[in-house]
Structure formats: C-alpha cells, structure tokens
Design a protein around this ligand. Structure first.
Ligand SMILES: NC(=O)CC[C@H](N)C(=O)O
Length: 520
C-alpha cells in the first residue's frame, strides 16, 4: 500500500514506513529522520522513529527501563514520545576497538568481539538480533501509522552484507522504501550516490526511491546540472538539497562536536570548562547545556600527539565524563599525563566534576572481577575520593529525579543512570551527599543519597547523567564553581526550537509531496 491519504481535509494521514539510509556515517541520517518525525508529528500524523541497529556510546534510558541510542531518543522527542526500547532494539556499545556490548531490547546480553557479531560465525546472534528487530518493528507498526526508519553507516558495506539487519537486510525483510542521503560538504557526492547504488543488488536498487543531498552551501545554479545528470543516470529523483545548517544544536548520535583547544578568545565567557575526552567516553550529551551556555568557554580535551607538551587552557572546572571502559580509559588518562594535570588543577583551587565512570575513576579502586568491561582485573583509582567500585553483571538503568544540595541551596533535577559499577564508601558515612534522588515515578520513601562533595568542596561526583539539563541544578553547580548569576539554559527548550527549525528547513527544501507518495 502506498498512499498519502487525505482522510480528513485538515489532518492528512500517512500510513506505512520510509527508511533513510546514508552513503557514509554522519551523512545526516539521524538529523533527517528527526526532522521528518517533527514535520509529520506537527501535521498530527501518528509517527514513531525506528533504528534496527545502532552502534553508539551515547545512549538514553527508556521508560521501559532499558537503553537506546541517543539519536532515537531525540527522534522520539521530535514525535513528542517518551523513549522506548522498541525504537532501537539492537544497540552495540563498543568497549574496545574490536569488542562491543550487545544490548537487545534495552538489556545487555553479552560482550562480543566484532568478529563474533559481524563475522561468518555470527549467524546465531544475527538471527536472534533480527528476530528482536522485527518484533519491535511489528509492535510499532501496530501502534503507529507511520514509522520513519534510520539505517546505519552505509548500505554498500559489501563485507557486512551477509545477514545484515541494519540497512538493506532490514528493508528487504520489512519491505519498506528507502531514500539515500549524502553529504555534499565532504565532496564527491555524485560518486558516493552512484557508487552506493552500484554496489546494491538489483532488488535493493529498485527499493531506493530517491536521494537527498545534505549540507549544501553555494550557488544552486552551479549544482543543478549535476542533479539533472544524477536523476537521468539513475532514473531516481533528487528529493531535495538541504542547506548547510550552521549552529544546529541537536544531540549528536555519537560523534563529539569537536571544539579545539584554543587560547581563550571569548572575553564575555566567565567560566572555563574542560571535558576530558577518553577513547570510550560515554554520554557526552551530558555537556550540551554547558557547550551552549553563553557564559561558558567550553573545551573538549582530547589526545595530543605529543602529550607531554600539550598545554591546557586555565580551567575553572575540569569534568571527567562517563566511560564504557573505565579501567582502560583511566590507563589512557595516566598515559597522557592527565592525572598529574588534574591534581595540579586541584592544588590551585580548581573544581572537578566526575560523572559516572568519571566518578568511579576518582575513587581508590576499580575492580572488574568478571571482566565486564575489559580483561578481568583491578585498577588503582586516582585516590581523590573515598570510594571503591566493583563492576557487576547487573546494570542499573533508571530515570531518576530529586534534589541537588550544594552550599546550603537546593535545586530540583531529573536525570538518568546507566552503569554496571556499584560504589561504596571506604570510610565514614555519606556525610556530603550532593543529591537526594528518587527513582522516577516512585514515592518519596524510596529516596536515596547519591554522589559526593569532597571535604574541601572542590570535587563533586555523581552517578547521574543529564544533571545539567535541569536549568536550576545547572545554575547551582555553576554558582558553586564561581559563576554567580549564571543564566538559565533550558536544553529541552533548545531541542524544541531546533527541531522546529529543522522541520521548517525540510518543508522548504524537500519535495514533500513526492516524499509522502513514497511512503509505503
Ligand atoms: N555511564 C558510565 O560512565 C558507566 C561507567 C561504567 N562503565 C559502569 O558501567 O559502571
């Protein structure tokens, strides 16, 4: 069935599905899906996002107590839906260059070497994963009239074709139409599109119903002959050319928005924040409210080729973010000499924040007896906080809310937890709790304490992600670090504005009628 059915004169209903695949990673699939979700949801279409398989370390906790890729949580937000594991039934979280934790329907199943998942012996897992993918997809089809689906990477990875569930393998089983997006800013857009198409089987080629060219800047009249050629050569329409959107602030799927370390130039910034980027950084969207804050000079610090000579800008706050492989990332920090720089920063009165894996690193010991994240073993922590952490098989996945207490003030927050580690105090009681939390939707007696504020008030550490998303909690933390009268940054309001901006752009630059006609 392929129809854009005008059931009533005011509310056009669409039924079916459309899959967005890309010629490369970062071609703009997640953004296009999020934008289409918003376009359709504001036209009152009952729409939901779907990504069969995602590989990312940036995940969100769902209402059904699981985790999914961050991009699907944003796409759900674009549809005004709470995140659900059915939106992304298979999530692979790489904990090393060759191994990843396999999460199916939101729950960690096992950690597999890439060979075991993608290689020739992988059919057992692939069959299991495909069954989970189709179960979720069928549920969505029953609940929603339209499902906008996102592929992964590129469909032309011929080495991964066997048993593929992320791109054409899924599209074939689900029998859904596909459009392909390519990033013209990278160059070679025609070669990308024609080459991708050429590497597909005839069936798959027939499934591709059109192209979208992304991130165009320049003179459209110069591009037009290329578009005409492409349409003629492939016999498929270019559904639109999307402009390069400067300052589009939406949650990134996985890639960090890379801000190089420059000497401070922004004189209006009042507080400098450095976030340490280790190889397995997780949940970096925690820092989006800080990155977008007008009074903050924000920097990611990543590996330097010559670690010993790398100079960090003076910082007010250094943040140790979450990590998917805490012990390996801690070893990396030491290799880079970051532990020494961190202690130097503390000696000179600087503030440090540790979140989840970053919190664990600041303790005395991290024990992974079962080899959950890496080879089984134990590592000394940085010794800055009186805690030890043991990684366990059971993973905490919860949405939480509560009160943050700092400097005799209190602010409400909501956030989430994703961790296998359990930390306990090595001395004393939790006399400096920074947070009183409740599992979302549970009554107050369930309240627990979380986090630590060091006795010298310089280190603040917690298991809770998303803390800065709560404007008041963010303001309180910035105040603790010396920024009095910090402005409110409401990241949800920003997401809302940016999604509407994106939807406006799609409506202006895509041939929406043709696109709606493709939905089947
Ligand atoms: N989100 C995180 O930083 C997780 C920390 C650690 N990998 C754990 O599972 O406990």
């Amino acid at each position: 069935m392929s129809l854009a059915d005008d059931q009533s004169s005011t509310i056009p209903q669409l039924y079916g599905a459309l899959m967005v695949q890309g010629t490369t990673s970062d071609a703009g699939k997640s953004t296009l899906v999020a934008g289409l979700c918003r376009v359709f949801s504001r036209q009152h279409v009952n729409v939901a996002p779907f990504k069969p398989q995602n590989m990312a370390l940036n995940s969100a906790v769902t209402v059904d107590g699981g985790e999914i890729g961050r991009a699907q949580a944003l796409q759900a937000f674009a549809c005004n839906l709470p995140p659900h594991t059915d939106f992304n039934p298979v999530l692979l979280k790489p904990s090393s260059d060759t191994g990843a934790q396999v999460i199916i329907h939101g729950k960690a199943l096992t950690t597999l070497e890439a060979k075991a998942f993608f290689g020739p012996q992988s059919q057992g897992y692939k069959t299991l994963a495909l069954a989970a993918v189709m179960q979720s997809y069928r549920r969505l089809q029953q609940q929603y009239s339209l499902v906008v689906i996102e592929g992964a990477g590129s469909p032309a990875e011929i080495n991964l074709r066997e048993g593929d569930i992320a791109n054409m393998g899924f599209a074939e089983v689900a029998d859904c139409p596909v459009i392909i997006i390519a990033d013209i800013d990278k160059g070679g857009v025609f070669a990308h599109l024609v080459g991708t198409l050429a590497l597909l089987s005839p069936n798959e080629q027939a499934r591709v119903k059109g192209f979208v060219i992304n991130r165009f800047r320049g003179d459209m009249s110069l591009l037009q002959p290329g578009i005409d050629w492409l349409e003629q050569y492939t016999n498929k329409p270019v559904l639109g050319v999307l402009p390069y959107l400067h300052d589009l602030h939406l949650d990134a799927e996985d890639a960090l928005i890379d801000t190089p370390i420059n000497p401070l130039t922004d004189t209006s910034a009042r507080l400098t924040v450095l976030v340490l980027v280790y190889p397995r950084i997780s949940n970096h969207t925690d820092f989006d409210p800080l990155r977008l804050h007008p009074q903050i000079d924000f920097h990611y610090v990543s590996m330097q080729s010559d670690a010993s000579s790398a100079v960090w800008p003076h910082a007010d706050i250094i943040i140790l973010p979450g990590s998917k492989n805490v012990r390996a990332d801690l070893a990396f920090m030491r290799q880079q000499g970051w532990d020494i720089k961190l202690k130097h920063h503390l000696r000179y009165g600087g503030k440090v924040i540790g979140i989840c894996g970053g919190y664990q690193m600041m303790g005395e010991l991290i024990d992974d007896p079962l080899g959950i994240e890496d080879n089984a073993g134990c590592s000394d922590g940085l010794g800055l906080l009186p805690i030890t952490t043991v990684l366990t098989v059971s993973k905490t996945l919860t949405q939480v809310r509560g009160h943050l207490r700092l400097q005799d003030q209190q602010a409400e927050f909501s956030g989430y937890e994703i961790h296998c580690g359990e930390s306990s105090l090595t001395q004393g009681d939790l006399t400096q709790p920074m947070l009183i939390k409740h599992v979302a939707d549970q009554p107050l007696p369930e309240a627990k304490l979380d986090g630590l504020l060091s006795n010298d008030q310089q280190i603040l550490a917690t298991y809770i992600h998303g803390l800065f998303d709560s404007p008041q909690a963010c303001q309180l933390i910035l105040g603790w670090a010396g920024l009095t009268n910090a402005q409110h940054i409401d990241i949800n309001q920003i997401r809302e504005q940016q999604l509407n901006r994106l939807a406006d752009v799609l409506e202006a630059h895509l041939d929406m009628n043709t696109l709606k006609g493709l939905i089947a």
